[in-house]
Ligand binder design. Sequence first.
Ligand code: IPE
Ligand code: IPE
Ligand code: MG
Length: 259
Amino acid sequence: MLSKRSQPAQKTVSAPPEQAGPRHVAIIMDGNGRWAQKKGKIRTFGHKAGVESVRSVVRFARQTGIQSLTLFAFSSENWKRPEEEVSVLMELFNLVLNSEVKRLHKNDVRLKVIGDVSAFDDKLKAKIRKAEEMTANNSALVLNIAANYGGRWDIAHAAQTLAKQVQDNLLAPEQIDEDKLGQYISTAELPELDLLIRTGGERRISNFLLWQCAYAELYFTDVLWPDFTEQVFQVAVDDYNVRQRRFGLTGEQVSVSQR
Ligand code: IPE
Ligand code: IPE
Ligand code: MG
């Protein structure tokens, strides 16, 4: 048995007082290329079709009271794809920002982009900044677009910020703990990630929200992203709603605390 002294310190991840629906949902929007290829079309046709699914999930999140929706749009590894595909994806990002931001604003949605945006061209960077500023005070839903995002980058970036504070004598190394590092992770202002959905059939995280996944519920579906609808989203949320999240406790402890 562990002596009292050797027991680990209380972790910061804790169970919400009662299980409502998920407050923060993230989606790995995968399967666009295969969807297009199944139809005898080129891969980028699938990326274009996937935009409609993005509209439906935003609508669904907005209507069902999900507070934050984080969508994986482009990973730090996706630069390695054929140049033509990367350039269509960048173009699409530009077009979607042009066509959707006003509507998001009208619907009280706050848009944020997480990831290393420094890699994008100046035009795209300016557009992102403008969209973020315009929607900054909206509060019905936070829509996070992960672009040039990597979970390892996110953690390394937070570590670098803290290292600078140590160097400037603003922080002692001993003050760096999970809470402190967590404050500099890109989703720090949002509720803890409750549910991660991946479409397209693969069962992996692909360097998405590594830190945030510590206690997220995972849901995998074979549905390819362009076929993802509000109904499929509802099935994922229903599945989440009947799970018991234990956060290290026993099932009995959780049932008692929820009574
Ligand atoms: C996800 O779909 C979209 C991005 C990665 C940008 P994919 O393009 O990965 O589609 P599949 O997995 O090849 O079918
Ligand atoms: C993850 O999908 C990235 C996005 C959905 C944006 P990938 O298709 O890039 O993932 P892997 O390469 O199959 O793991
Ligand atoms: Mg893929």
